[in-house]
Design a protein around this ligand. Sequence first.
Ligand code: SF4
Length: 348
Amino acid sequence: MAQTYHIITFGCQMNKNDSEHLAGMLEFNGAKHTAEPEAADILVLNTCAVRDKAERRVYGQLAKYNFLRQKNNSGQKLFLSGCMPAYNKTELQKAAPFLDGFLDIEEARQYPPRRENSPEVWVTIMQGCNNFCAYCIVPRARGRERSRTAEDILAEINKIDFTGRAVLFLLGQNVNSYAGTFNGQPLSFPALLQLILTKCPAVPKLAFLTSHPKDMTDALLEVIAREPRIDRELHLPAQSGSDRILALMNRGYTAAQYRALTARIRARAPDVQLSTDIIAGFPTETEAEFEDSCRLVRETGFFRVNTAGYSARRGTAAAQMPRLEQKIVDARLNKINQLINSLKSAHT
Ligand code: SF4
């Protein structure tokens, strides 16, 4: 009898898309999906390592399902995939010796995705990152940037049935540094967007995640301004409003450059709405530098701000820096969230 499987996905849209490929790989090998994690013969946790909290959640789930499978004597097989094993497999094997194994995302990506039934549909166009922001584990977990060919991407998109789908998300850890090829010739990200809009008429709306401010070129802005099928929500992580902290983070731009970029976007595409990410409590951040971040949020008028307290990731440059006390990190996170809520209620 066909085995059943269930995948629990943690983290970002890229992990959701990876889980679709993991499902495709398991189904190609004869397994059938079940909605019941406890009842599955094969349980896969597709993990996120962006913050300590995310990893602790995974360990919690592992302990829970290991306990349940013993209590039920179910013989369930437990597998891990995603960012945690990609940079930390040895430690995982020590911490969870009961694991039955690891599923490799690169291998799963060879299989067609079993897509979720959602208004959003995801296609990953590149993986990895060359930026090495001081707080980020991605370059260690996902390696250097590698972009798919346009032919590959177009073929995948044109196989998608867009009935009931509202928006196609192009995904990459640093999506706007896409550097692929078309007919063997180099192809930039703005050119890829234009190509998809031309060769994939069924795409209702095209969005992309996650951009880096330093790769937001005038050519990209031109395509966004010119093409109404491109989503009007643009996510542009600032992370901080302080020049000294941005330099320590190795973000590659200053607060003034970030502000100038948002002004340029608003001038060229006034209907575009910006969202961002802010880290509160980065190592050595002073109260005044934290206020710089608050001021950036107050003055830029983002429609959404994702916030996080700094969380040290082993192996990153920031993990070597002197950290603030956790209560200061928590207090600043709380303060900026209150600011964001007050700005929201002021606009509603
Ligand atoms: S650009 Fe994004 S993915 Fe790359 S290192 Fe920086 S934060 Fe991480």
